[in-house]
Design a protein. Structure first.
Ligand code: COA
Length: 329
C-alpha cells in the first residue's frame, strides 16, 4: 500500500450574522422564559441571518477568513466541501455557489448532509483525499441557516438553534504545519427519521399544500430521545480517545455545541472535568454543522489549542449520525 500523506489544518475561519435573538426576545414569541432556557440548555442568545443572506453568504465569510489564515488564494483550492442541511436550495449543492463566489475556479465541490455531524464527517473525507494524494488543498465549511426551518410557534425546538458558519482549510502537514489529522469516526443508527428531522420537501413528503398545512417543512424533534442519545454517544466517543491516548494527551474537547446539560452529563460520565471543554453555546445555541468549526476557530483565538496536545471533536445529531474528529495541534 502506498504511504499516506500526513494532513494538517492550515487555516480556520468563522462567521456569525450580526442579529442576536435573545431569550427575552423569544419570551415575546412563544410561551417560554429566559430562566427555563438557561437552566435546561445553557443558551442565552443565538444569531439570526439577515433577510439578504443565504447559507452560502455565511459560508463565504467563514471561508475567506480560513483562506487568509492559511495564506492561500481561492485559486489554490482543489476541492470545496460544504456541510449543511439548510443549503441555499435542495440542489445544486451550496458548495458550487460557494466555490463560484470565492473564485475557486480550479476546485470541484459537493455538499455533505449529515446534520450536526456534517463538519466532522466532511473533514474526514477531505483528510482521506489529501492522504491518498488525490487533492492537496481542501476547504471544508459547515454552514447553516436553521432559523429558516424553525417553527417559531414550537417552543420545543425554536429556542435551541441559531445560524452561522465555520471553516477549515486542510493541506498536507508539511505545508499546514499544525493541526495534524489523527483520524476520527463516522457512525449511524438509521430509521430514526421520527426523532429529529425536517420531514417535508423530499420524496417522502414532497412540497404540497398539505405538507405546508401540516408544517412539515419545519424541524421536528423528540427532545428527550435526542438528549439521551447525545449523552451516550458523546461519552462513548471521548472514552475511545481516552483509552487509546490517555488523559494527559487531551488538550481540549470541542464537542458539537448542542446543550450545556448534555455536555456536562457526558463529561461526568467519562469522569473528566468541564474545564477541558470549550463551549460557546450560550452565545450561539446549536448551529448544527457550523457548531464545531465555529467553536474550533474561537478555541484557537482563545489560545485553547495547545501545541502537541489532542483536540477532540465529538459530534452527534439527526440520522442518528455521530462521530468524531481528532487532531494533534
Ligand atoms: N420553554 C418552556 N417550557 C418548555 C420549553 C421552552 N422552550 N420547551 C419545552 N418545554 C416544556 C415541555 O413542554 C414540558 O412541559 P410538560 O411537562 O408540561 O409537557 C417541560 O418543558 C419539560 O420538558 P422536557 O422535555 O422534560 O425537558 P428537558 O429537560 O428534556 O429539556 C430539551 C428539553 C429540549 C431542552 C432537552 O430535551 C434537549 O436539549 N434535548 C436535546 C435536543 C437537541 O439538542 N437536539 C439537537 C441535537 S443535534
Amino acid at each position: 500500500m502506498a504511504t499516506l500523506i500526513p494532513v494538517g489544518v492550515a487555516g480556520l475561519g468563522r462567521y456569525v450574522p450580526e442579529k442576536k435573538l435573545t431569550n427575552r426576545d423569544l419570551e415575546q414569541i412563544v410561551d417560554t422564559s429566559d430562566e427555563w432556557i438557561v437552566q435546561r440548555t445553557g443558551i442565552r442568545e443565538r444569531r439570526i441571518a439577515g433577510a439578504d443572506q443565504v447559507t452560502s453568504t455565511l459560508a463565504l465569510a467563514a471561508a475567506k477568513q480560513a483562506l487568509a489564515d492559511a495564506n492561500l488564494d481561492p485559486m489554490d483550492l482543489d476541492l470545496v466541501i460544504c456541510a449543511t442541511v439548510t443549503g441555499d436550495q435542495p440542489f445544486p449543492a451550496t458548495a458550487c455557489r460557494l466555490g463560484y463566489d470565492l473564485g475557486a475556479k480550479k476546485a470541484g465541490g459537493f455538499d455533505v448532509a449529515a446534520a450536526c455531524s456534517g463538519f466532522v464527517f466532511a473533514s474526514q473525507v477531505a483528510a482521506a483525499m489529501i492522504q491518498s494524494g488525490q487533492h492537496r488543498n481542501i476547504l471544508v465549511v459547515g454552514a447553516e441557516i436553521l432559523s429558516r426551518i424553525l417553527d417559531y410557534t414550537d417552543r420545543n425546538t425554536c429556542v435551541l438553534f441559531g445560524d452561522g458558519a465555520g471553516a477549515a482549510v486542510y493541506r498536507p502537514l508539511s505545508e499546514a504545519k499544525r493541526g495534524e489529522f489523527l483520524g476520527g469516526s463516522i457512525c449511524m443508527e438509521g430509521g430514526a427519521e421520527g426523532v429529529l428531522a425536517q420531514p417535508g420537501g423530499g420524496s417522502r413528503h414532497p412540497a404540497s399544500n398539505s405538507s405546508v398545512e401540516q408544517r412539515l417543512h419545519f424541524m421536528k424533534m423528540g427532545g428527550t430521545k435526542v438528549f439521551r442519545f447525545a449523552v451516550r454517544v458523546f461519552a462513548e466517543l471521548v472514552n475511545n480517545v481516552l483509552e487509546k491516548y490517555g488523559r494527559d494527551q487531551i488538550g481540549v474537547i470541542i464537542p458539537h455545541q448542542v446543550n450545556q446539560r448534555i455536555i456536562e452529563s457526558a463529561m461526568e460520565q467519562v469522569g473528566l472535568p468541564m474545564d477541558l471543554v470549550f463551549s460557546n453555546i450560550e452565545r450561539y445555541g446549536n448551529t448544527s454543522a457550523a457548531s464545531v468549526p465555529i467553536a474550533l476557530r474561537e478555541a484557537f483565538e482563545a489560545g485553547r489549542l495547545q501545541p502537541g496536545k489532542l483536540v477532540v471533536m465529538p459530534a452527534f445529531g439527526a440520522g442518528m449520525a455521530w462521530g468524531h474528529l481528532l487532531l494533534r495541534w
